[in-house]
Design a protein around this ligand. Structure first.
Ligand code: TYD
Length: 212
């Protein structure tokens, strides 16, 4: 399918600040007159929101790793077909808060399901759609867990099934993100998530501006 728009994804550990950065970038692009679709995974579309509730509900402790993987991709397939591809075909800029790279690191490496299984589902759900640029907002596993738990304590909610995983799991995710960024340096731009918000915003803009 012809793709005229620009597809950019944000990745990073929980609490990295990627969502804030994505909103700031969207505001900047809209101020320049660009049409921007912001989406998030799991979630995005109304059907994706329903899938998200299953995935993140801390009551669903028995959810098996392969069911978890398939549900993340079910949400993604709906997002790609209902929102992302049509927006790109209209020439819009699409910003996604997480995409297939999250499944590669959380399920492929964190859960140990492997890169092959994840990329097989990517071929079905995304059919060759890849981000032109991926911003990785990097923070270490300890900072991530501390920020996620502080947030969950401040605003109690039930979407904590992934934050409840062990420090070891989050270490594996951190290392997997680093390895991915190193293996695809032309697509990834790594920014330091501990820097001040405005400084990160400038680094993001430097990475994005040549593409828009
Ligand atoms: P998100 O809503 O981005 O939460 P946060 O703002 O806390 O980062 O993501 C929810 C959780 O889902 C997060 O712990 C990462 C996890 N996740 C996966 O494990 N695999 C995936 O493919 C995606 C998209 C997210």
């Amino acid at each position: 399918m012809k793709q005229n728009g620009v597809f950019i994804t944000f990745e990073g550990m929980d609490g990295s600040g990627k969502t804030t950065q994505m909103h700031r970038l969207a505001a900047r692009l809209r101020a320049m007159g660009r049409t921007v679709l912001e989406t998030a995974e799991p979630g995005g579309t109304p059907i994706g929101q329903k899938i998200r509730r299953i995935l993140l509900d801390s009551a669903n402790q028995e959810l098996s790793p392969s069911a978890e993987l398939l549900l993340y991709f079910a949400s993604r397939a709906q997002n790609v077909d209902e929102w992302i591809r049509p927006a790109l075909a209209r020439g819009e800029i699409v910003l996604a808060d997480r995409f297939t790279d999250s499944s590669r690191v959380y399920q492929g490496r964190g859960r140990g399901l492997g890169e092959e299984a994840v990329m097989a589902l990517d071929r079905i759900a995304c059919r060759g759609l890849q981000p032109r640029l991926t911003i990785l907002v990097e923070i270490d596993a300890e900072t991530s867990l501390a920020r996620a738990r502080a947030r969950n304590a401040a605003e109690p909610h039930c979407e904590t099934r992934m934050d409840d995983q062990s420090l070891e799991f989050h270490h594996a995710v951190y290392q997997a993100y680093r390895d991915l960024a190193r293996s695809e340096p032309e697509r990834f731009r790594v920014v330091d998530g501990r820097a001040p918000i405005e400084a990160i915003e400038e680094r993001v803009w430097e990475a994005v501006s040549p593409h828009v």
